[in-house]
Design a protein around this ligand. Sequence first.
Ligand SMILES: C[S@@+](CC[C@H](N)C(=O)[O-])C[C@H]1O[C@@H](n2cnc3c(N)ncnc32)[C@H](O)[C@@H]1O
Length: 369
Amino acid sequence: MIDLVIGDRAEVEVGAPAHGGHCVARHEGIVWFIRHALPGERVIASVTEVHKGFVRADAVEILVPSASRVQAPCPYARPDACGGCDLQHAAPQAQLDWKAAVVEEQLARLGGIKRSVTVEPLPGNGFGWRTRVRYRVDAIGRPGLLKHRSNEVVPLERCLIAHESIQALDVLQRTWPDRDVIEVVSPANGKAQIVENQRIVEHAAGHDFDLDAGAFWQVHPAAADTLVDTVLGMLKPQRGERAWDLYGGAGLFSVALADRGCEVTLVDIATEARWPNVTVMESPVERARLPKRTDLVVLDPPRTGAGARVTKLVTSAAPRAVAYVACDPAALARDLKTFAENGWHLADLRAFDLFPQTHHVECVALLTP
Ligand SMILES: C[S@@+](CC[C@H](N)C(=O)[O-])C[C@H]1O[C@@H](n2cnc3c(N)ncnc32)[C@H](O)[C@@H]1O
C-alpha cells in the first residue's frame, strides 16, 4: 500500500531512463517514474499519479543538475504545460543516449536480447522537423496541445518542433470555436496547410506519393528516405525475389523493392497504393490471403507491434530475411521474442532519432532464420 497522494513531494536521487519519457527512482521502498529529470540528478519530485506498485511524478525543482541538462528552448516544455516534448531539457547527445538505454533495456527485459544500441541522429538541429501536427482546441476555441496523460488543452503561441512552414501559418494566432482538432501538414510539394479532404504529394525513394492529406506518412522530413535506405541495406534485395510489404501504407518500401526488381505484395488495412510490380491487398494482415512463400518481408506495424499471429505467419512463409521497422521498442522486443521462439535470430539493429525532443525512437531490425 503506497501512503502517498497527488501533490506529495520528496527529495529523490534519479536513476536510469525508462520507456515512456521518465526516469526511475527508488525512494523509501517505492518506485517513482519521474518526468523532466535526468539520470544522476537530485530533484524534488511531486507526485502526479499513485498506482498499486509505483507513483508517477514530475521533477519540480532540480537540486543537483546533470551535466547534460540544458534550458528547454520552448517555454511550454515544462511539467505543468505541454505534454509533447519530454526531453527538451536534455542536450542532444543525452537524448540519443537516453533512447539507446531505453531500447537496450526493452530488448533485454521483454525480448531476452542483450545488445548494445546506438541511436543515430537525422539531419537538422532537432527543431522544426514535425511535418504533421494535430492541434487540439479548448472549450473557448483556443488551439494548443494536450498536457501529459490528460485531455486538457494547453493553448500555445508556437510549437518549436513543428516544421517552420507550419510555424509560419497563423493557426495558433486565431481561435477555432467550431473545431475540436486542427490537423496541419507540410507536404514535400507545397505550402503548409490545414488538412481538409485535399490531396498532397510527398517525395521519397525517388518517387512522388500522391496521398490523402490525412494519410499516414513519416513525420520527420528525412525519415522516409532514412528508413528505405536502411531496409534496403539490410535486406539486399535481388532481382526476381518475392517480397511482402506488411502494413505497407502508401507503398514506401514496396516501390523501393519493386525498383530493385522484386515482385512485391503489399498489405494494409487502408491503402491507395498503386505501383508497377506491386500487388496490393487491402486487408488486415492477419486475414490477408498471401502467397504461401516469400523471399523477403518488410514489417512496419503500428505501435502495438505485429503480434504473435502475424510473426508466425511471416516465419511460416520461410523468407530469407525480414526487416522490422518499429516505432515502439517494447512492441518490437516482444515480437523479437516470438521470432526467437520460432528459431529466428536478430542479425542487425539500427535505431534512429526520428522524433527529437521527445522520448520516441524508431528501430529497424534485421531478422534471419
Ligand atoms: C507505421 S504505418 C506504416 C506505413 C508504411 N509502411 C509507410 O512507411 O508509409 C502502419 C500502417 O499499418 C496499417 N495497419 C494498421 N493495422 C493494420 C492491420 N491490422 N493490418 C494491416 N494494416 C494495418 C495502417 O493503415 C498504416 O498504414
